[in-house]
Design a protein around this ligand. Structure first.
Ligand code: ZN
Ligand code: ZN
Length: 142
């Protein structure tokens, strides 16, 4: 079964994507790095992302962040944090701390409500409750 051909985002090489996102070479390299990062973190349980990037040769911050977001260190019982994308509070997973997450959810709800309100308004504006609407539409019918 052949995968879809695409360029590896890491090295730019063309490869058949079997759902691995990156090419085999890079995947192997990445897995090696992840093992290194995991053992580094085991030795330094309270590392920051910077400590890891500095301490593990060849590792990129992006990879460490992804590992954290995937909860890899949590499974190992590690206490690695990184800043919330909104307020900078140290968090363990996801993009935002629970507070910002709540606030964002509320924002989304509000936006949805506004969208609904706008849609209702638009419908009402299209159908004015005035005289003539009914008779006009009737007379337009052939
Ligand atoms: Zn590659
Ligand atoms: Zn936050």
């Amino acid at each position: 079964m052949a995968g879809k051909l695409k360029n590896c985002p890491e090295c730019g090489k063309l490869f058949a994507d079997m759902g691995t996102r990156i090419c085999r070479d890079c995947l192997e390299k990445e897995e090696e790095l992840m093992v290194k990062v995991s053992s580094f973190v085991r030795d330094h349980p309270h590392s920051t992302i910077k400590d890891i990037v500095d301490g593990v040769e060849g590792v990129k911050e992006r990879l460490v962040r992804r590992m954290i977001k995937e909860g890899r260190f949590q499974q190992d019982g590690m206490d690695i944090t990184y800043p919330c994308e909104k307020c900078g509070k140290p968090i363990h997973r996801g993009r935002f701390c629970s507070k910002c997450d709540e606030a964002l959810k509320k924002d989304v709800l509000k936006a949805q409500k506004n969208a609904v309100a706008r849609a209702v308004q638009a419908v009402q504006e299209k159908r004015p409750m005035g005289t003539g609407f009914r008779s006009k539409s009737m007379s337009e019918k052939k």
